[in-house]
Structures are given as structure tokens and as C-alpha cells.
Design a protein around this ligand. Sequence first.
Ligand SMILES: *Cc1c(COP(=O)(O)O)cnc(C)c1O
Ligand SMILES: [Zn+2]
Length: 419
Amino acid sequence: MSLNLSADRPTAPDDADDGVWLECIDCGATFAPFDDVRYTCDDCESLLEVRYDDLPTFEDFEGRGVWRYADALPLEAGVSVREGATPLYEAPRLEDDLGLEALRIKHEGMNPTGSFKDRGMTVGVAVARELGVDRLACASTGNTSAALAAYGSRGGMETLVLLPAGKVAAGKIAQASLHGARILEVDGNFDACLDIVQELAGRGEAYLLNSLNPFRLEGQKTIGLEILEGFLADYGAVPDRIVLPVGNAGNTAALYKAFRELVQAGALEESEVPKLTGVQADGAAPMVEAIENGADETRRWDDVETRATAIRIGNPVNAPKALPGIRETGGTAVAVSDDAITEAQRALAGEGIGVEPASAASVAGLRKLRNEGIVGGDERVACLTTGHLLKDPDAAAAAGNDPEPVPADTASVLEHLES
Ligand SMILES: *Cc1c(COP(=O)(O)O)cnc(C)c1O
Ligand SMILES: [Zn+2]
């Protein structure tokens, strides 16, 4: 078993359910998908992937949003608040400034709770319902908790979220709170929160909906499918490169899986597959380190720090799925400073696109790689912006203009404007 682009189309084992099963990415063991709660391989504890007997091509997709791609998902329908179908914005000034053939911004902040996490939750919470569990849990830098709280309440389930105390942006806590999650503020970082949730899940206390859960990544594949369809419609070809922020590397793994399945279905040539290009913050860059060192796994960074709190992660759980994705597609990984992230956040805002700091990392990384000549001027590029500006109002206010106090009369206002 290997996660390479040219791997053969899988064949269904006896324990498949309607042509869907779980398979270990290391030892190849297979498991029925909905009989038992399972996050990792029983035999070797490696990551699991959802597999399909029958893989769809573009012609099989119909409707709008995540469930347009039901043929590529483990269930026919989800617990839904109308996620997906996000805009693929043009950004002409930024495109010009970066000197690219084409630049499009896939703004995942336009999902119901304001981040791409909704795409994973619509599938993951539906699987939880299929499994008959009643309590859902996640560790989160914020957005996963907002999505879990919303989708869990939509599905009528109890939700529990573990957050690193003092390190989660205000908008995200507000969402988890109003959607009714029990919020535990842990005196530790995200990675410590995830360790605890994994132990709770292992003891059967809750169903885990972090991106270690293979079903969440299935929903997130639809980001890649939408980007490819958008580029095919507008340029007659898929993008040369997709640049995205990397935290736990779930999206990197999910996009790579979407591409592999399209290649296996005969819907995409191996040579056309976009180069997956991951961006991390200087203070939390274990994936960049692994790519630079040619390592098969990441080293856990115990002290991580960045203004981009959504990617303040030192131990990316999906690295074993994402590292082959970056390498096999001819992509790369790059780290950027917090100041470069803020500058990119302003540049996007100048195109009317409001994103939170982690999202702007994609554009900051693209600029760095373009300056270094690693990204060519002839490339058509999609940048993924993962979360909405309002998620982190404090970061936005700090990066933007300051309000100017004025007296309450027009003459004074005019005088102020002229000064
Ligand atoms: C979760 C999140 C990320 C990180 O995504 P991964 O799939 O874990 O790499 C990046 N940006 C935002 C805004 C997020 O919420
Ligand atoms: Zn295994």
C-alpha cells in the first residue's frame, strides 16, 4: 500500500459496505466503515483512509455545495447547513503584483460558520449519526470547535470542545458558545488538547471529530473538486498549483486524495495534477522542516507561536498522508513570518476579500516562492483562504486603520479630514 498518484484503483474487500470501506495507509488492513467507532488501524495504529469501489468523474456531479459530490463521499446526504460552493474570486491587483498568469482566491471563509471545517463536519457528523453516538468532541485552535458546535446542534447531538486557554480568537469562541458546546479551556497548547481528546475517544467517552477522523477529510476533498471545476470552466484547464495554509495538514491530505481519486477514475491525467504547496508560520513549521529534510515524518515542535492561531500546531497528525501529497505532485512547503502574513491579509482586504491571519499565510507563501523564482510567472495558481476576517476581529483591527475620534459637527469633521 502506498499513497502515490499512480496507485491502482482499489478493489473492494469483503467487509465493504455498499462499496465503501476503511483502509490502513501503512499495512493495508481493511475495515467495515460504519460497524464500529474506529479512527486508526487496529493492527498498526496508522492512519486510515476511506476507499471506494466506484470512483466518480466530473460528469457524475450534480447539485450545489458539498453534497454535489455525494458520489465521491461515503454517504448520500449529510447533516447540512448548506456548506461549500464558496467563491473562487479573481484578485487582479494581487495577480498583477505577484506577476502570475492567473491568480484565484478560493475563499473558504464563505462557509456557514466561516471556515472550511464545515465541509468536513457535514460528513463527519452524519457518520457519527450512522454510528449511533451521542457525544461529539474535538480539540481545536477555534474553527473546528465552531463547526462542531454548529453541526452537532443541527444533528441534535451533545458537543464538547477542548481549546488552548488564551490562544483562540474571539469570534470562534463566541460561535462554539452560542451553538451550545461545552467549552473546556485547557492549560496547554493545541497538541496537548488533541492528546486528551484522543484519550477520551479511546475510552469511548466521545466521538472524535478532529481531522484524524478519516471521514472529515472526505468532505474536505470537495474544496479540491470545486477549484478544479472552477478552473476548467474559466480556463479550460486545472490550476498548475494550489497554495494552502497548513496546520494539521488535513486539507493537504484531502486535496491530494481528491486528485488521486480523479486520476484513478480516469478524469485527470497524472501530469495535470496541481502542485500542492503548503505554507506554515515560521514559529510552527514542522511540515516545512520535514519537506526540507526529506523526512517521512514530522518532528513534534513543543513550543509553537504565531499570530495565525489557526495554524499554531506543532504535531500535524495528517503528515503521513500530506507529505507524499506535496512530494508526488511536485509541490513544496514554505514558512513565512507573522509580518508577511499580516501584509498579505491587508493585500487580500484591498481586493475586498476579508480573511483571518492563517488564511493569508497562503498568499504570503506564494509571494515568497514567487520572489525566489520557485513559482513561475507563467503559472495559474489557486490560493486557499481558509477562514473569515470576522473570526479574529482583534487581529483585523490591529492590522487595519485606527478609528479617528472627531467632534459631532460637520465643520469639525471637514476640518479633521483636511488636516
Ligand atoms: C483548521 C485551519 C487551518 C489548518 O488546516 P489543516 O487542514 O489542519 O492543515 C488553516 N486555516 C484555518 C483558518 C483553519 O481553521
Ligand atoms: Zn495498519
